[in-house]
Design a binder for this molecule. Structure first.
Ligand SMILES: [Zn+2]
Length: 246
């Protein structure tokens, strides 16, 4: 789905736009001079679906060069292995995410608990994926005319990171599950979900400059996206936890 020139939504599930499998998170493509940058990978239950979306959007899949993961949860990272195998793209992640994704650590990414709780079907198969580039906190790298900065935003899960993406046209926050439309967050009954850390990460994100908010679920917004961080921060400053989408 073309959002605007150089920005596409190519996967999105039941917590979003029902573009692909219900389990998929929002997956965005951003154009850089030397190819497309992909953010998150969906759950990978039906790895062929994204290629139908890409064909409809007129995007050559072989031009997708880099895949960035926000965290290891299966709806965000489960599709990485199939994309890497098929396209030969480079997978990027923070160290904690990389350790779990590369080994297929189902308990680490709370997939075991999610299966036992009926959130995921028991026959869902998670495919481990090598990570080609492990990023340091706050590291910034240029990909042609686009710069990507990795921002540690733990809380929703211990390994969670967000990406601040600056293109010639826009300054965008790829927020994963750290910040959503309406100033919401994502609190879950999983072992590494930490409400105090969620609130600190809201403070971190609110201190950044961005216009476009590209979250892992629900609506994205192109302009004035920072207002969602301000809404969440207002809760945090009142010693509240922002409302959760879950
Ligand atoms: Zn998550």
């Amino acid at each position: 789905m073309r959002i605007e020139a150089g920005l596409h939504l190519v996967m999105s599930g039941g917590g979003g736009f029902d573009l692909t499998d219900a389990f998929d998170c929002n997956v965005f493509l951003v154009a850089a001079e030397d190819g497309w940058l992909m953010f998150d990978a969906g759950a990978g239950r039906y790895p062929g679906q994204v290629f139908d979306v890409l064909a409809e959007d007129g995007i050559d899949p072989t031009r997708i060069r880099h895949l960035f993961l926000t965290h290891g949860h299966a709806d965000h990272s489960g599709g990485a292995a199939a994309l890497r195998d098929r396209l030969g793209l480079a997978v990027h992640a923070g160290a904690a995410t990389a350790a779990m994704v590369a080994t297929g650590d189902e308990e680490g990414i709370s997939l075991g608990k999610a299966k036992r709780g009926g959130v995921y079907p028991m026959d869902y198969a998670y495919h481990a994926c090598p990570v080609d580039r492990v990023w340091q906190p706050d590291e910034e790298i240029r990909f042609g005319d686009v710069s990507v900065r990795m921002i540690p935003t733990p809380g929703h899960s211990r390994d969670h990171v967000s990406y601040l993406v600056t293109t010639p046209r826009r300054r965008m926050l790829v927020g994963g599950d750290a910040l959503f439309h309406g100033g919401k967050v994502a609190i879950q009954n999983i072992v590494d979900c930490d409400i105090a850390a969620i609130c600190e990460s809201v403070r971190t994100l609110a201190a950044l400059e961005f216009d476009t908010l590209l979250p892992g679920h629900l609506a994205f917004t192109l302009k004035d996206g920072h207002r969602h961080a301000e809404l969440a921060l207002a809760c945090v400053n009142r010693l509240q936890c922002p409302p959760s989408i879950i």
